[in-house]
Design a binder for this molecule. Structure first.
Ligand SMILES: [Zn+2]
Ligand SMILES: [Zn+2]
Length: 366
């Protein structure tokens, strides 16, 4: 149901807010970090077997990509399409990551893009490093997050049976895929102790993949350059790209959220892009959307902070703009509808254009 957002805006002017800690979550995170650091100590002192270490890495890799490729680039931003096998794989690996179901993850993330770094952003980075890194999960949501969250269009995910199945049975699925399988496999197949199987592939792996994901909301909104849009908070962060398998090119990503590479120099520290390319090569992923070099150049010169290697800000000639726009509109005709529609700010020309205008189909692999 789409609500009256003007009415909500009026309501939001009067929002009073006192942060309130959710002690239940504080306790859960305390347990997680205790287990995680204990696991790290056992790993550093060689008490965990090599097989269990490799298994932990494999679970970490699968679950991180389930979030980055699956939740983020595929279901939330719809940057490419996938077949049923691909969707099934995403649901399993994303559940393994234990970052809530795809539906809620995507709703929060769409909210983050739509109202970035305002009170309606669940992890508003203007509230400080700790808040946007993990503090937002330890306290009640700002009333504006709840209010604006109700306006986010989730109809595409409501039409995905696998996503809705995961939402309905999330706790059961979590128990099986995030906890059960990671712990069971080392105990059953190579006789690892139960405590090591809990501390390594569950606690330590879980803690590290969560922090890896959170760096995107903290570091990549705070420390770095803004070559594509100097008027937004997200930045380019090589460190975060390295940690998060390619999500650190965040100024680019917020400028072109429909681009499956989530970064212009998409192949540097961007394992997630390679993975999408690989799934495209076997036909499980298709219709990959990608910004053209002209679009990027236009954006860099129009709104960038001048740090892009090709930046010509000083000498950029605006007289050509209308031709560039016309060319792009022609190029973009007949493209599929992006979930980030007319109401959003992800415009490529620095102004609002039709929702069809900012999706582009690029069979990069086929
Ligand atoms: Zn962001
Ligand atoms: Zn995003």
């Amino acid at each position: 149901m789409v609500r009256d957002s003007k009415k909500d805006d009026r309501k939001s002017e009067n929002v009073q807010f006192e942060p309130e800690i959710v002690w239940h979550n504080v306790l859960l995170f305390a347990i997680l970090h205790t287990g995680g650091f204990w696991g790290l100590w056992r790993l550093m002192t060689f008490q965990i077997s090599l097989s269990t270490f490799i298994w932990s890495l494999a679970v970490a890799f699968a679950s991180l990509e389930g979030v980055m490729v699956g939740s983020h680039r595929f279901f939330c931003h719809r940057t490419f399409k996938g077949n049923t096998w691909f969707k099934l794989l995403v649901v399993v690996t994303q559940t393994m990551a234990g970052q809530n179901c795809i539906y809620i993850w995507s709703r929060d993330h769409r909210l983050h893009h739509k109202y970035s770094d305002t009170d309606a952003d669940p992890h508003n980075s203007t509230r400080g490093f700790f808040f946007c890194h993990m503090g937002w999960l330890l306290q009640r949501k700002h009333p504006l997050v709840k209010l604006k969250g109700k306006n986010i269009d989730m109809s595409d995910l409501e039409a995905e049976p696998l996503v809705m199945f995961q939402k309905k049975y999330y706790y059961l699925l979590y128990t099986v895929f995030a906890f059960g399988i990671p712990v069971f496999v080392p105990v059953y197949f190579w006789g690892e102790s139960v405590s090591n199987a809990l501390l390594g592939p569950y606690f330590l792996r879980y803690m590290l993949t969560l922090h890896g994901t959170w760096t995107v909301n903290s570091f990549a909104h705070l420390y770095g350059y803004r070559p594509y849009s100097k008027d937004i908070q997200p930045v380019e962060s090589e460190f975060v790209a390295f940690i998060s398998s390619g999500e650190g090119w965040h100024n680019f990503h917020h400028s072109f959220p429909w681009d499956y590479r989530a970064g212009e120099f998409g192949k540097r520290w961007n394992m997630s892009s390679h993975i999408v390319d690989w799934f495209a090569s076997i036909g499980w992923a298709y219709d990959l959307k990608c910004a053209t070099p002209e679009m990027v150049k236009y954006r860099v010169n129009k709104r960038g902070d001048g740090t892009h290697p090709s930046s010509q800000r000083e000498k950029y000639d605006d007289t050509d703009d209308s031709t560039v726009k016309e060319n792009m509109k022609t190029l973009l005709e007949d493209q599929s509808h992006s979930k980030f529609g007319e109401d959003d700010t992800e415009d490529i020309f620095g102004e609002k254009i039709s929702s069809e205008g900012f999706t582009i189909l690029n069979r990069a692999i086929a």
